[in-house]
Design a protein. Structure first.
Length: 278
C-alpha cells in the first residue's frame, strides 16, 4: 500500500488536497519528506526576505533546496545584473557619502572657527591667501584637534597630585592641605567619571565660541581678536578645571564619610547628596 503524503508545512494530506503539486526536495524520510510546491514557495519567500538568490536549507536534514528559475530574456537578464551590482555597491557608496559629508562639515567648521578666532575679515583674508591644498588638509584637523584636546583630563592629574602631596604643601603654605577623612576609603582616590561621548563632542565643538565670548567679556582692551580668544580660552579652561577639582574633592569627601545604617537605626534627616539638592 502506498504511503499517504503529508505536507509538513500545512499538514494537509493527499486526500484533502488532490489538485496540489507534491515534491520531495530533501533527504528527509517518512511523512516529513513531502511538501506542497505552493506551501514550500511561500515558506521560501519568508526565509529569503526578498533576496530570491539566497540559499535555503531544510530545517530537519539541512539539505540545501535546489531552485530552478525560468529562462530570462536579454533585457530582464541585464536589469537583473544591474540590480545585483547596485545592491553590492550601495554600502560602499553610502560609506563614501557619509565620509564626504563628515569631511566637508569639518572643513566648514574649521573655516568658521578661523573667522571666529582671528576675526571675520582677517580670517577671510588669511584663507584667501593660503594654498587651497593646505586649507583642504588643515581646516578639517581643527575639530579633530579640539576633540583630542578634550581627551586630556588634566584636572584628574592635578587632583591626584594635590591629594598625594597635600601634607608636604601644608608645611609650605598653611591651609592648602587636602582634607582626608578617616575610614576604609581614605587611601583611595576619587573615582573618575566615565567619559561621555556626547559631552566630549559638544564641549570640544563649542569651545571656540565660548573662548571668543569669554575673551570679549574679560579682555576687551586687548586689540587682537586672536589674543582675546586665546586668553579667554585659557581663562575658561582654568576656571572650569578648578571648579571641577573642587567638585570632585567634595564628591570624594561625601563618599568617604558615608556609612551603612543598621536595619533598626532611624535614617538621618537628609543624606549628603539629598542635602545638596535641598
Amino acid at each position: 500500500m502506498a504511503e499517504e503524503r503529508h505536507c509538513w508545512l500545512c499538514f494537509c494530506t493527499e486526500q484533502e488536497d488532490r489538485a496540489a503539486e507534491w515534491i520531495c526536495p530533501c533527504r528527509c524520510k517518512g511523512s516529513t519528506k513531502w511538501a506542497h510546491q505552493g506551501c514550500l514557495q511561500r515558506w521560501l519567500d519568508e526565509k529569503q526576505k526578498g533576496n530570491s538568490t539566497s540559499r535555503v536549507s531544510c530545517p530537519q536534514c539541512g539539505t540545501a533546496y535546489h531552485v530552478a528559475f525560468p529562462t530570462l530574456g536579454p533585457l530582464v537578464y541585464f536589469l537583473h545584473k544591474v540590480d545585483r551590482a547596485l545592491s553590492r555597491a550601495s554600502p560602499f557608496a553610502m560609506a563614501g557619502i557619509v565620509v564626504g559629508t563628515v569631511y566637508w562639515s569639518a572643513v566648514t567648521y574649521g573655516a568658521i572657527t578661523v573667522m571666529q578666532v582671528v576675526g571675520h575679515k582677517k580670517g577671510l583674508g588669511v584663507m584667501e591667501r593660503a594654498d587651497p591644498l593646505f586649507l583642504l588638509l588643515g581646516l578639517p584637523t581643527i575639530p579633530v584637534l579640539l576633540v583630542l584636546g578634550r581627551l586630556v583630563r588634566w584636572e584628574e592629574y592635578v587632583l591626584h597630585l594635590w591629594q598625594k602631596y597635600s601634607s608636604k604643601l601644608q608645611a609650605l603654605v598653611p591651609g592648602i592641605s587636602c582634607p582626608v577623612p578617616p575610614g576604609p576609603l581614605a587611601e583611595s582616590c576619587p573615582p573618575s567619571d566615565p567619559p561621555s561621548l556626547s559631552r566630549m563632542l559638544c564641549g570640544a565643538l563649542v569651545f571656540p565660541s565660548v573662548a571668543s565670548l569669554v575673551g570679549r567679556l574679560l579682555f576687551r582692551r586687548t586689540g587682537s581678536s586672536l589674543q582675546r580668544t586665546i586668553l579667554g580660552g585659557v581663562t575658561f579652561v582654568a576656571i572650569k578645571g578648578l571648579l571641577k577639582i573642587y567638585f570632585r574633592q567634595q564628591q570624594y569627601l561625601l563618599r568617604s564619610n558615608r556609612r551603612v545604617l543598621d536595619c533598626w537605626e532611624p535614617p538621618e534627616p537628609a543624606s549628603a547628596p539629598e542635602a545638596w539638592l535641598n
